[in-house]
Design a protein around this ligand. Structure first.
Ligand code: SAM
Ligand code: SF4
Length: 334
């Protein structure tokens, strides 16, 4: 295991996609992600500096990682974000970012210059009032303007929409309509359970419910099923004649563990080998002590469980008590 060139788990899954959470902090307080008062933050000393982010990321690239996505918290509020983007973009990887979109206008030139094209922006509603309710902050217009700016300039814009029954599910078809004129990919994400987010399985809108609603409006023959991408998490569709597409990330109702190739590095330098696992490997301590980082990475991933951090039966996926231990999405890095 220690001599492997690739990061492979005990089931032979090769892990070549790294998601790095740059910070636990955020300039929004989305109700499904964070409590109003924010989360308890790790002390500064225990967080990766920008140099440490780059050194650790480079070790992953040496081990075959081909794709890196920056996330958080809100990655664009990380100190030295510009240096991080420039240095990572210079590696032979595909670099992308997942952001709430508020600060994207400030970094437009940076992303143009460095060739970072894959920009995922979170947006759960098309109404300003509802945006303020969901995020507890007043930035709707800025986010919309930034989505339009990046779409109009040829970036690959995906919109992440966490769909929650009774909160924003009535806007689902309006989001699909946006793809008529805009070349964007809407991705409906099933609401996932995390520490303190009041998850309830009755609030989950499933893949089937979403596709049923789309079929009801557009009729089956007008919905094109797009080919699945290797290791892709979304099932994607396009309405005939529309410029963009829409998809569903069905983590809850239909997990995609078999083809999982992703590793999550938290802002305090730990890898979580699965979004649902409670165990973590502390890479930052290994790095600071000058110990063998490659060995620690290979071992941490090797032990990954087959399905969702070790859950086995379908029925457990919908049971709240199985998720009580999971730290919030903003701490893990979604
Ligand atoms: N702040 C950035 C943003 O919002 O895009 C990046 C971090 S955020 C944690 C990453 C993604 O996780 C976002 O698209 C967000 O909507 C999603 N997310 C957060 N909590 C979630 C939950 N409980 N269920 C499903 N997705 C969630
Ligand atoms: Fe912040 Fe993103 Fe969580 Fe919303 S989803 S609170 S923007 S980290």
């Amino acid at each position: 295991m220690g001599n492997s060139k690739y990061i492979t788990d005990q089931f032979g899954r090769i892990h070549n996609y790294l998601r790095i959470s740059l910070t636990e902090r955020c300039n929004l307080r989305c109700t499904y992600c964070m409590p109003a008062e924010g989360i308890e933050l790790s002390d500064k000393e225990s967080l990766m500096s920008h140099e440490e982010v780059i050194a650790i990321a480079k070790t992953f690239v040496d081990l075959g990682v081909k794709k890196v996505r920056l996330t958080g918290g809100e990655p664009l509020i990380k100190k030295n974000i510009e240096k991080i983007v420039r240095e990572l973009a210079a590696l032979s990887i595909n670099l992308g970012i997942t952001t709430n979109g508020i600060l994207l206008d400030n970094y437009f030139d940076l992303f143009k210059e460095t060739g970072v094209k894959d920009i995922n922006i979170s947006l759960d509603t098309l109404s300003r009032e509802s945006f303020n309710n969901i995020t507890r902050r007043d930035y709707f217009e800025r986010v919309m303007n930034n989505i339009n700016l990046y779409e109009a300039n040829g970036f690959n814009v995906k919109i992440n929409n966490v769909i929650i029954k009774g909160l924003n599910d009535h806007e689902m078809l309006d989001f699909i309509e946006l793809t008529k004129e805009k070349n964007i990919a809407i991705r409906f994400i099933e609401f996932m359970p995390f520490d303190g987010n009041n998850w309830d399985n009755k609030k989950v809108v499933s893949l089937k419910q979403i596709t049923d609603a789309a079929e009801h409006k557009y009729s089956k023959e007008n919905i094109i099923k797009l080919p699945s991408k290797k290791n892709g998490t979304a099932k994607n569709f396009q309405i005939k004649g529309y410029k963009g597409s829409f998809g569903v990330i069905s983590t809850v109702s239909n997990p995609f563990c078999d083809s999982c190739n992703r590793i999550r590095l938290t802002a305090n330098g730990r890898i979580k080998n699965c979004l649902f696992s409670s165990g973590e490997t502390d890479l930052l301590s290994v790095y600071r002590k000058g110990e063998n980082l490659k060995e620690a990475i290979l071992e941490g991933i090797y032990n990954k469980k087959a399905v969702r951090g070790g859950m086995t039966e379908d029925v457990q996926f919908f049971d709240e008590k199985n998720y009580n231990q999971n730290r919030s999405m903003t701490a893990i890095g979604g």
